[in-house]
Design a protein around this ligand. Structure first.
Ligand code: AMP
Length: 363
């Protein structure tokens, strides 16, 4: 079977690496020169609006999926008339707009932080009066890794935030005093079968994911049930096929949905070594209509993103249980260049290995 993937970044690369043992082959479409999948599979280098390129891309494909969330939904829909596209294009559309996303959560009875659509300076004032401060002002579209958002702490911050972000549709969110951030990664097959990975704990800095602890410690049955029920509702709502990630704020024993990613997700990278079946393999099994693999964790893992710089390989690999993944991207500040997964039998052992890795990364 031949799988077409929109976007040729590290997620696409890890999808292909998971698919080759299954006998799958791949073709990517990416507008950027030298993407991480270059040399790994067929690559069509063209813009999303290039119809001739889309035609060349889709020819002979059995199924199309995407690893890049900002693929224009129109391009995905055009391809959808020529080959099956999974996950559902409607999920892509909703995930591209923070307002539509939060409204969908609300309509499905999934608790979310309070929000207010902002499209003028006046509506920003109204939103702040409604939600109070602190609050977070975000662009509705195109933001990722903390880009396109500002925290408002005092009334004096409003004007500067409006100057910086205004001019495009915005969303104001109440600031959530979260206990921790968690995410639920799950997969739904063509036959409607749903499997959930264990809930994981995520640590961000400057809006970028730095560390995932998998499974998260101390997950009560109530919290687990909320997370699994939320992804089940979303997947059934969209008739979803593939991997979906839902990022949540945990406040005490309550979860509030922040955002969803209709694709394999950074907080699921640990599953390559830390789960019975990786999120990448399960995404491919889902979209090809094959049976899903077991999502149970094996031992205890920590996933650390390598951002901006890459350590010397031998120093990382000398840590027992360390697995290094480099994406082949030129270094740039704030850029995700790779990740390390530390695997261990116990949480204590994992934490010791994590301390060693932190030492290596700080040198
Ligand atoms: P996002 O782009 O929405 O995933 O935001 C990136 C990160 O900023 C989140 O993972 C949080 O650490 C923080 N953040 C975003 N929105 C809020 C909020 N409403 N309250 C508190 N922290 C937030």
């Amino acid at each position: 079977m031949k799988v077409g993937i929109l976007g040729g970044g590290q997620l696409g690369r890890m999808l292909a690496l998971a698919g080759y043992p299954l006998g799958l082959s791949f073709r990517f479409l990416d507008p950027a020169p030298g993407p991480p999948v270059e040399g790994l599979a067929e690559l069509v280098s063209a813009g999303w609006e290039d119809q001739a390129a889309l035609e060349a891309f889709v020819r002979g494909l059995d199924v199309v999926t995407y690893e890049f969330e900002n693929v224009p939904a129109e391009a995905a829909a055009w391809l959808g008339q020529r080959a099956p596209v999974h996950p559902a294009i409607e999920a892509l559309r909703v995930a591209q707009d923070r307002l539509a996303e939060k409204q969908t959560f609300q309509a499905l009875g999934i608790h979310t932080n309070p929000f207010h659509a902002v499209d003028s300076r006046r509506s920003l004032d109204v939103g702040v009066a409604r939600l109070g401060l602190p609050a977070v002002l975000k662009t509705r579209r195109g933001g990722y890794d903390g880009k396109g958002q500002m925290v408002l702490r005092s009334p004096a911050d409003l004007e500067a935030a409006w100057q910086a972000l205004g001019g495009v549709p915005l969303l104001l969110e109440g600031f959530v005093p979260f206990t921790r951030e968690v995410s639920q990664v799950a997969v739904r097959g063509l036959n409607g079968d749903i499997r959930c990975y264990p809930l994981v704990e995520n640590h961000h800095a400057e809006g970028i994911l730095r560390l995932t602890i998998a499974p998260a410690a101390d997950v009560s049955a109530a919290v687990r049930a909320q997370a699994e029920e939320a992804v089940r509702r979303l997947m059934e709502h969209f008739g979803y096929v593939g991997v979906l990630a839902l990022e949540l704020f945990q406040v005490g024993d309550e979860l509030l949905a922040n955002e969803m990613a209709p694709r394999v997700h950074n907080s699921g990278h640990w599953t390559i070594e830390g789960a019975r079946t990786s999120q990448f393999e399960n995404h491919l099994r889902a979209i090809t209509g094959w049976p899903l693999g077991v999502t149970e964790a094996v031992g205890h893992s920590a996933m650390v993103n390598l951002i901006g710089t890459v350590p010397e390989e031998p120093r990382v690999l000398a840590i027992p249980g360390a697995h290094l993944h480099l994406y082949g991207k030129p270094p740039r500040p704030g850029r995700k260049l790779g990740h390390v997964t530390l695997w261990a039998d116990t949480p204590q052992e994992r934490d010791e290995r994590l301390a060693r890795l932190r030492q290596v990364l700080s040198e």
